[in-house]
Structure formats: structure tokens, C-alpha cells
Design a protein around this ligand. Sequence first.
Ligand code: GRF
Length: 192
Amino acid sequence: MRRKRVAVLISGRGSNMRALVEAARNPSYPAEIVHVVSNIADAPGLAFAQSQGISTHVLSNKNFVTRESFDAALNAHIQGQNIDIICCAGFMRIMTPVLVAPWEGRMLNIHPSLLPAFKGLHTHERAIAEGAKTHGATVHFVTAELDGGPIVAQAPVPVLPDDTPDTLGERVLGIEHALYVRALDMVARSLP
Ligand code: GRF
């Protein structure tokens, strides 16, 4: 089976991107990370990608007046890279149909909650505030509805009595990496 060519979109640290890159070092993994795009010029994750010989690109949203014009430019850029699957990994943008529709069924995101609970930001803080006993992470297909697309895989973690948003967030991040690796594996195998 041909390995799927994956572009990862980041805005920051890029630890999930790194986990995908490391998993894809195994030649039997069904995807390879061939390109990384950031909307933030100094996103720390870019340096790691470059150190691995992966091509990177910065497309600053500050240079665009509307969400749609940024999304159109990003879509055009990715279409030029011969990409099969896009993985959003800490890509802090609300995306419009201009970008999402052409990639339906081929665009993934990781979100730090057990969706459909806690869509949006500050998920760990909100899980604690609402007294959730279980929290976790979700990989889902991206649709035009924020954090609303079909779920591919989820992993739970317990919420402990003395958790802060930081300690809970670290516990969630600890299961995100393996979850994303597993979800991309499933999706890459399932696509023609
Ligand atoms: C992760 O918690 C992810 O679930 C969320 O943003 C964070 C990104 O972390 N969407 P990293 O950049 O992958 O380290």
C-alpha cells in the first residue's frame, strides 16, 4: 500500500506533530509527514520539523483581511504539495468551508476533551469547573462546525481531586500523542 502523504498544520509547540513524525519513521506506518505549515512564524515546532528534513512553510494570517482569503491561500498552498491527508495539531484557527470542504474526509484534528463535551478553548479548566470525573482527548474529522466533525478515536484520563488545569492538561497531553498516531494509522489505511 502506498504511504499517504501528510501535511501537519501547527501554531506552536508541535508535540503532536513530533509524535506523528516519530511514528512515521517506521516504514510500515501507513503515512509519512512530508510538510509542516504554521500560521505563526516563530512556532517552536517548525525547528523540529526542519531538523528532520521536513519542508516547512509559514503563512501568517496577519497578512489576510478575511478568514476566507487566508483559508483560500492555505488551501492553494497545500494543494500544491501533493498531499493526501491534513493533520491539524494545535493549529489555533477557526477554519471556514473554503479550506475545510476540499479536504472533507481527509482532514483530522486533535482536541483536548472527550467530544462532544467541551468544544472550544480552556477545556481542562472547564472540565474541572464542571466536576467532570473523566476527561481526555479526541481525534476527529474536521468539518465547518468547530470541533464538531465525526469522531475517529478517543482516549480518557481521570480527573483527580487536586488537579489544576495544568496538571490535568499534562495528563491529557500524555495520551494525545499515541492517540493521534493510532487515529492517523486507521485513517491512512482506510483511504484509497
Ligand atoms: C494539544 O493539546 C491539542 O489537543 C490542542 O492543542 C494542543 C497542541 O499541542 N489542539 P502541541 O502543539 O501538539 O504540543
